[in-house]
Structure formats: C-alpha cells, structure tokens
Design a binder for this molecule. Sequence first.
Ligand SMILES: Nc1ncnc2c1ncn2[C@@H]1O[C@H](COP(=O)(O)OP(=O)(O)OP(=O)(O)O)[C@@H](O)[C@H]1O
Length: 204
Amino acid sequence: MLLEAHGLGYRYGGGRGNQPWLLREVSLAVEPGEVVGLVGPSGCGKSTLARLLAGYEPPQEGRVTFGGQPLPRGGYRPVQLVFQHPEKAVNPRWTLKRTLHEGGAADPDLLEALGIQESWLSRWPNELSGGELQRFCVARALGPQTRVLIADEMTTMLDAITQAQLWGAVLERARQRQMAVVVISHEHRLVERLCSRVIELGSR
Ligand SMILES: Nc1ncnc2c1ncn2[C@@H]1O[C@H](COP(=O)(O)OP(=O)(O)OP(=O)(O)O)[C@@H](O)[C@H]1O
C-alpha cells in the first residue's frame, strides 16, 4: 500500500477543554494510481483527515504510513494537499513564478495542460482570479516527487470548463506516474465520475 491510516484519532485542542474526538479509529489505504473519493457530511472531519494524511499535523492516536514507513519529516512532501481556497495557500508577497518553483522546477507541458499563461508568472497573487491562482496551486502540488495528491474541494469554486481542464490534467499525470489521488468533494457527480472507490467518513 502506498498511503495508509491505521486507527487514527484526532481532537482539536489536544484533549484539553473537553473537545470531543472528531476522528476515531479511522483506517484507510490507498494504492498507487488509485483515484479514491472521500465523502461525508459537513463537519465530519474530512479536511482534518486530509491534513493528517499529508503530515501537516500528527494524529493523537494511530499513525499514517507511506510505503509502510512513517511520512518523511523533512524535504519534499510526497503526499501533497490542495485546498479549496488558493489565496490562503500562497504567500501574497511572492510572485507566481516563485510560488510555482516552491514545488521544484515547473514542467512546461503541465503548465500548458493547466492553462497557465506565461504572462501570469510575473504577477502577484492578488493580480489573478481565484481560478487562475488555483491552477498554480495544482501545478505546485504536482511536482515529480508527488506520489499522492489530496484534492480537498479543489475545484469547488470553478466553472465546469475549468474544472474539467484541471481534472483532465491531474488524472493524466496520475495515470502516467501511478500517482494516487484522494478526491474530497460535496459534488456527488464529480466523485462518481472520477473515482473508482469511495470512502465514507461517518458523522460524529
Ligand atoms: N482549528 C480548529 N480548531 C477547532 N475546531 C476546528 C478547527 N478546524 C476545524 N474544526 C472543527 O472540526 C470539525 C471538522 O472540520 P473539518 O473542516 O475537518 O470538516 P469537513 O468534513 O472537512 O467539513 P466541510 O465538509 O464542511 O468542509 C468542524 O466541526 C470544525 O468546526
């Protein structure tokens, strides 16, 4: 298995202040090249689980393994996360070129597939639309060392044509590199269309 969660438990506040467990006994496994949906009611902890799976924060119970080992602590993250709001995911004081290079040298074919125009590279994040900025976040997350992409409502704010373009580019890379994709979305039709399997995260 490429990415596995073994009995994860998580509660905000680290157990102080009597915050209830948000996630408990969550186990899942994702294979290379698999496109898996992660669905559940609003507030059930999908985004929190995404952060645990990407290694942004540790679970309080259980563990996440990548290729059978703990997630690497430093260097490039093989499990990349793209959020719904690109403006929160970029440094407003960096040009888009610099933002892009945070994920390594950008592949020109990928930029073209994502519809990123050369002239946007010298701009600042506030000089692009949300959809244009999200293309950069997707490009940055698709560095050659990415083995799992977690797309947390990645295209929710985009129009249908842009959605199709971004997913086309992502799925093509996933096929080429045997990269796994975890799709978190409230759009059932999108999940049904993209995913070969769906994991349901229960409500509390
Ligand atoms: N930093 C935080 N501190 C305390 N509680 C938080 C924090 N972040 C999220 N929560 C709470 O944890 C719960 C789960 O949030 P999360 O964003 O993981 O759910 P979700 O399933 O992704 O929701 P949605 O589908 O609405 O995006 C929510 O009740 C939320 O209010």
